[in-house]
Design a protein. Structure first.
Length: 346
């Protein structure tokens, strides 16, 4: 009795997918030619390439990316370590990173950091050694990367967004200082004697940059530097601090470190009977899409999150593909003047 084994139907009941040999037979070419097409090699004429691609489509063949990575030494994958997925800026940046990575032929592996502590960041870095990535983009919005205990896997290309990194890694960031200067000078230019500041969290790198620039700008123009009020980026904290500012009749101009806190400040001023901009002017930072729908529409500093994300991918791919690591890239900001600012009351 002869037993016939169906090679396309293994004993476990799973039908195997089409192989490179199947594609070669269908296209009437060698296996080496199929391999060249799978790996994007240029030494295949266009007619043959199209015949191989047509055979792949017909049979449903997909090149083995793991095997290809072993041969090339690359996985065409980028790791992204990110603190908080809830903030407007981080989500816009992540969206831009994903789009730019796709355009460059890379996928992304996201590793969230729930809390901005050294331990959480170290755990995220440790996980990188288990992931098949060619490099990593770090978006940790806190002063953590200068800690001596934080080490990345040796030889792994790294680009940092919106954080400190000493001189160890390339950095892509919004020009925080320029944006805060634009906001502060706008209010001083309207005739306000000084500008009060609702800052972001003290451990935040971007908040620290905006706060330092606000203070330096006031000093440059000979204006008094009022006490800083520190929030947590939320509209709730902006509301709480806004109520405190609303009780002070000397407050005529407020620069909030992000639009969400500015929204809370606007609500507090309204509840306290302080007219905006008739009695108090308010400027935010971000230019989130809803800012034009605040009442009054918010004057704010526009960040170009898409450009920050795309430039970070560009810098990382440049290094992954053999280029020298780049230095610091600052993406400019722009002041968007709307109806929440005006001249101080007489």
């Amino acid at each position: 009795m002869t037993t016939v084994t169906n090679t396309a139907e293994p004993a476990n009941g799973r039908r195997r997918g089409p192989s490179m040999a199947d594609v070669a037979r269908e296209a009437n070419v060698s296996g080496q030619t199929v391999s060249r097409v799978s790996n994007g090699r240029e030494n295949v004429d266009s007619e043959t390439r199209e015949r191989v691609l047509a055979a792949m489509r017909k049979l449903g063949y997909r090149p083995n990316s793991a095997a290809r990575a072993l041969r090339s030494g690359r996985f065409h994958s980028i790791g992204v370590i990110m603190f908080t997925l809830s903030s407007f800026g981080n989500m816009r940046t992540l969206d831009a990173i994903a789009s730019a990575a796709t355009d460059a032929g890379y996928s992304i592996t996201l590793i969230p950091v729930p809390h901005p502590t050294l331990g959480e960041v170290s755990v995220a870095f440790d996980r990188l050694s288990e992931e098949a990535v060619d490099g990593v983009i770090i978006v940790v919005e806190a002063h953590l990367l200068d800690e001596s205990d934080v080490e990345l896997p040796a030889g792994l290309p790294v680009v940092v967004i919106d954080s400190t990194a000493s001189d160890r890694y390339p950095v892509v960031d919004t020009d925080q200082a320029h944006g805060a200067r634009l906001a502060t000078e706008h209010l001083l230019g309207l005739g306000h004697r000084t500008v009060w500041h609702v800052a972001g969290p003290e451990r935040s790198y971007s908040a620290a940059g905006r706060r330092a620039s606000w203070e330096a700008t006031l000093r440059t123009h000979g204006a008094d530097v009022p006490p800083v009020l520190v929030g947590d980026w939320s509209s709730e904290s902006g509301h709480e601090l806004g109520l405190e500012l609303a009780r002070n009749p000397e407050v005529t101009a407020i620069f909030a470190a992000n639009d969400q806190m500015a929204l809370g400040v606007l609500r507090a001023l309204h509840e306290s009977g302080r007219a905006v901009p008739g009695e108090v002017s308010v400027v935010g930072f971000d230019d989130m899409e809803e800012s034009r729908s605040f009442w009054p529409p918010l004057t704010t500093v526009r960040q170009f999150f898409g450009e920050v994300g795309s430039r970070s991918v560009e810098a990382l791919v440049h290094e992954v593909e053999g280029g020298e690591p780049r230095g610091t890239t600052l993406v400019d900001t722009e002041l968007v003047v709307r109806d929440s600012t005006g001249r101080p009351p007489r």
